[in-house]
Ligand binder design. Sequence first.
Ligand SMILES: C[S@@+](CC[C@H](N)C(=O)[O-])C[C@H]1O[C@@H](n2cnc3c(N)ncnc32)[C@H](O)[C@@H]1O
Length: 286
Amino acid sequence: MEALFRHCFASVWNRQQQLCVSPPPPTDDMTMLCPVTPLKYTRYVQTLVRAFKQTSRQRCAQSEEFIRRFISDNTEIVGERTLTPEIKLRLFTPNCTFWRERPEFWPFDDPYWAIYWPGGQALSRYLLNNPGVCGGKTVLDLGSGCGASAIAAKLCGAAHVVANDIDPVAAVATHMNCELNDLEPPVCLINNVIGLKPEAFDLILLGDMFYDEALATSLHSWLDRCIEVHGTKVLIGDPGRAQFEEHGIRQLLRQLAQFELPESVREENYGLTCSGVWSYRPELCN
Ligand SMILES: C[S@@+](CC[C@H](N)C(=O)[O-])C[C@H]1O[C@@H](n2cnc3c(N)ncnc32)[C@H](O)[C@@H]1O
């Protein structure tokens, strides 16, 4: 997961790291003026950053209010530039401070919830184009991130929507994004449900969840149990990542739709041009 995130934002963050993290090269003048060696200086900065992150994490655990304020201060409301302009989302954009800031100062885990991933965009577009898929259904958006696919399901009249993401900050972002769209938030679960006894959902949504082989493999066998026990339908959105295309699961999918990505999404995702939606083992589902 970290690899995917770093890949997407590597150019911005690496450039900033080169600019900011390295201490200034020692010169004779400096050594005289400043008795702190570059190594000590680096350690000092690292200790400060660790302390800052620890304090922030403790504060976060205590205060949803702090997370809300942080999200609203460090994201921008985006609509038009995605495949689903009818859904407004708070996202990380080049206008946000942390686009340029050193990642060490980010007080949470990597903000996957601050990006609307191409797989999730295609999946949400597909739902909005085909409201009957969710209408009246119980829906689980697994790896919900910013909550866009859960929001699309709600807009299509799903009877009950659960957004599940192991990052607790994603749950707060999902609540805030629902408020932006004048919707009641879905139930947000933050435990890892993959591998647990399957709940009775009519539909499971997986937007851009095939970026890691181990995750893909554990999802694969768990989805089989969901289908076996409850006949749950599974929809997957993916922009054709290698981990998806090369995984065994790929043979069990039927493609339902393909969307061209908007220009700004292409730019943020290094050359991805399209994103598709697949149904998993459609012959076995209700
Ligand atoms: C690439 S993002 C996709 C987010 C969203 N579906 C979208 O398309 O915009 C993957 C998300 O899955 C979440 N995630 C990773 N492993 C998970 C797990 N075992 N259970 C639930 N969520 C998980 C991450 O925290 C992250 O928000």
